[in-house]
Design a protein around this ligand. Structure first.
Ligand code: TYD
Length: 203
C-alpha cells in the first residue's frame, strides 16, 4: 500500500515546517495531489491552543486542548485521504505524546501511570495512524540556538523540557515501524534529500 498520510515531528527549531513544506512541493512536482496541514490548526480551535501558551493553565487542560484541535483536524485529514490525496502534517498526535507526556510525567507517575502510555491511549481513540513519520532529530541545545535568532521563546522552548520531549520521541520511534529518524543537524538540503529518497519508495 502506498503511503498516504505522512507526518513530521521533532523538537522546536528542528526545521520540520520548512522541510515538510518543501517535501509537499516536491511531491506535487512529481504529479501527486498533496495537502499540507499543521497543528495547532489554522482555525479557531488552533487559536485557543495558541492562546493557552501564554496562560497559566493545568497541564491536563493543555493536553485536552491539543486533543480537541486534533479531533477536528483528523476529520479534515480523513476527507482529504478519501479524496485520494496525500496528506502531509507538520506535527500530529506524537507531539502531544512527546510534549504533554513530558509535562504530565511527574504528576501521573504518582498515580502509577506512565504519561506516554496514557496519552497514547487517548490519542488512539481519535487519530488516523500515519503511514510514515519523520522524526527530525536534534539535540535541543542546537535547535534552540537556531530559535534564539527568532523572537521570544515560548514556554515549550526550554532546553531541559525539550530534552525530555526528545527522549519521548525516541521512545515512540523505537516501538513504531512507521518512524524514520533523520539527523536534523545536517544541512537543510541534505535533510530534504534524505526524506525524499525514502518517500520516493513509499508513495
Ligand atoms: P510548532 O510547530 O513549533 O509551531 P511554531 O513553528 O509556529 O512555533 O508548534 C507550536 C508548539 O506547540 C511547539 O512548541 C510544540 C507545541 N505542541 C505541543 O506541546 N503539543 C502538541 O500536541 C502540538 C501539536 C504542539
Amino acid at each position: 500500500m502506498p503511503a498516504k498520510f505522512i507526518t513530521f515531528e521533532g523538537v522546536d527549531g528542528c526545521g520540520k515546517s520548512t522541510i515538510s513544506k518543501e517535501v509537499c512541493q516536491a511531491l506535487i512536482d512529481m504529479g501527486h495531489e498533496v495537502e499540507w496541514t499543521m497543528e495547532p490548526s489554522e482555525n479557531w480551535l488552533g487559536d485557543q491552543v495558541r492562546r493557552s501558551y501564554s496562560e497559566e493553565i493545568s497541564p491536563f487542560t493543555e493536553a485536552f486542548l491539543f486533543l480537541a484541535d486534533r479531533a477536528t483536524h483528523t476529520d479534515r485529514i480523513r476527507k482529504h485521504l478519501a479524496d485520494g490525496k496525500i496528506v502531509i502534517s507538520d506535527r500530529y498526535s506524537d507531539s502531544t505524546i512527546a510534549y504533554q507526556g513530558a509535562l504530565l510525567s511527574d504528576e501521573l507517575i504518582k498515580q502509577g501511570i506512565d504519561s506516554v502510555d496514557w496519552l497514547w491511549e487517548l490519542n488512539n481513540r481519535i487519530i488516523i495512524k500515519p503511514d510514515v513519520t519523520f522524526l527530525l532529530d536534534i539535540a535541543p541545545e542546537i535547535s534552540l540556538e537556531r530559535l534564539n535568532t527568532r523572537e521570544e521563546l515560548s514556554k515549550f522552548e526550554r532546553q531541559g523540557y525539550l530534552e525530555k520531549v526528545r527522549a519521548n520521541y525516541l521512545r515512540i520511534a523505537s516501538r513504531e515501524d512507521r518512524y524514520v529518524i533523520i539527523d536534523a543537524t545536517q544541512a537543510k538540503q541534505t535533510v530534504l534529500n534524505e526524506v525524499l529518497l525514502i518517500l520516493k519508495e513509499k508513495v
